[in-house]
Design a protein around this ligand. Sequence first.
Ligand code: NAD
Length: 244
Amino acid sequence: TTPPQQTESWIVVGGCGFLGRRIVEMLLERGETNVAVFDIRKTFDDARVQFFTGDISNAADLERAFEGRSVVVHSASPPHGLDAKVYFAVNVDGTRNVIQSCKNLGIQKLVYTSSASVSFNGQSLEEADETTPYCEKHLDAYNETKALAEKMVLEANSPSFRVACLRPSAIFGPRDMQCIRTMLDVARTGKSKVQIGDNSVIFDYTYVDNLADAHIIAAEKLNDPNSGVAGQAFFITNDSPVFF
Ligand code: NAD
């Protein structure tokens, strides 16, 4: 990434989460002085960060926090395993609110954390890239609403409102509560005695620092309308798939 832009005012929606907090930390580590967080909960404190507690389903909450920002990173989403209506309320209606609040306040840059699962519903994918279509039928409401939200964000792209969507696979790294933790729980409780397949199947994982870095780089690239980033979605991988 390039040195901090002292004129840039960042807000990370979902900035108290696993990924969002790492994005906040990496912005601070490189010397950004204008960093805010919007989240439905507060999980840490840092005197250098302005915190806003609110729900993205509530447009008024968002507009209060977005006032004066120049770039929004939207990483908020409910975790897996909830009722479908929660995903539609947060991922679809909430993301629509994020887009509209940016437009109302004249914010010109939005980076959205999407998911590799917009193109994956359990089928075998080889050499998949960004030309791979969205799934016609998604695995569940979480994945369906991540795809709907990504489409909305991309459709909102214009010269005065430049957007990018990043698609990680399962994210791992410090403070991960889903990916590695679930695997360890499976191992600890002795549920890992059955192997499906012959160890030739590979799956993608995304290291949290690489992904946080990708969000910051994408936001910077949105400053240049000719960088080829605006209006695009990108898979974010580690370049070395994991064998099971
Ligand atoms: P996380 O649960 O740790 O963080 C998400 C944050 O969003 C939380 O702090 C939560 O409080 C906040 N949030 C949820 N609903 C909200 C609402 N209505 N209003 C405001 N804030 C709200 O999740 P994560 O693992 O850091 O995931 C970050 C993003 O990456 C999500 O968009 C997720 O869909 C995407 N993603 C995650 C994975 C993964 O393996 N963890 C894989 C692919 C995509």
